[in-house]
Write a protein that binds this ligand. Structure first.
Ligand code: IPE
Ligand code: IPE
Ligand code: MG
Length: 246
């Protein structure tokens, strides 16, 4: 357990922190395999890394954190690994809910939740309801999330509203479309962090990430700590965000 650097490091500018940080927590399996452990041990350690990042975001004044926990493509993994992950999510949620209340965390899940095991769905609903009035930090967990699936379900919902005469074709704009995504009440990420060195988005927040700053590190997710996060924020603050202007 590292020391808890509660204060924002002095080389970071509080006024220019990203409002919303998204993370692709990749490399759990490789982390475990490198030490001769089964892949699932990497997922266990990955939970600790996420827990610490959430605390750190809260301590340093970041308003929203979105973590990619399970993609629509991850169902294609061996059954034992998928089952382990589903059980892990449920156990961790049950275990962490009191701490999240104490830390004033509002948790929300993004994705097609109806395809998750019933008992996990129950735990998800309970945690979202219980924390809905918390306002310390917004914590979004993308679970059975795929950006293409998200976009398609938005298209279906909008088409249906047009068909039923509830909206007109020319009312479909970026704002309306955004309101039909799982992230309807979440601002777009300012910074995306991906661990384990892979240079891809893996179907994560494709619409929302249009102007996110990308930060990719070779560190494997279970080793991503406050110092690593500090480095990511420092790199972010060196960037010049132009949004297409000059
Ligand atoms: C990310 O780590 C966690 C999930 C996808 C659930 P991986 O399990 O993808 O680890 P690597 O990429 O195989 O090392
Ligand atoms: C992305 O990691 C999904 C999560 C972190 C949950 P993957 O390991 O599934 O991505 P790919 O397969 O390397 O693109
Ligand atoms: Mg991976």
């Amino acid at each position: 357990m590292q020391t808890r650097l509660k204060e924002l490091p002095i080389d970071l500018d509080r006024e220019r922190l990203p409002r919303h940080v998204a993370v692709i927590m990749d490399g759990n399996g490789r982390w475990a395999q490198r030490q001769g452990l089964p892949r699932i041990m990497g997922h266990r350690r990955g939970v600790d890394a996420l827990k610490d990042l959430l605390r750190c975001c809260k301590d340093w004044g970041i308003k929203a954190l979105t973590a990619y926990a399970f993609s629509t493509e991850n169902w294609g993994r061996p059954l034992e690994e998928v089952e382990f992950l589903m059980t892990l999510f449920e156990r961790v949620l049950r275990r962490e809910i009191d701490d999240m209340m104490k830390e004033n965390v509002q948790i929300q899940f993004l994705g097609n939740l109806s395809a998750l095991p019933q008992s996990l769905q129950g735990e998800i609903q309970r945690s979202m309801t219980k924390t809905q009035d918390n306002n310390g930090i917004q914590f979004n967990v993308a679970t059975n999330y795929g950006a293409r699936q998200e976009i398609l379900q938005a298209v279906h919902a909008i088409a249906q509203e047009v068909q039923e005469g509830k909206i007109q074709l020319d009312e479909i704009d970026e704002a309306l479309f955004s309101r039909h995504l799982y992230t309807a009440n979440v601002s777009d990420p300012d910074l995306l962090i991906r661990t384990s060195g892979e240079m891809r988005l893996s179907n994560f927040l494709l619409w929302q990430m249009a102007y996110a700053e990308l930060y990719i590190t070779d560190i494997l997710w279970p080793d991503f700590d406050r110092e690593q996060f500090h480095q990511a924020l420092f790199a972010y603050q060196q960037r010049k965000r132009r949004f297409g202007k000059i």
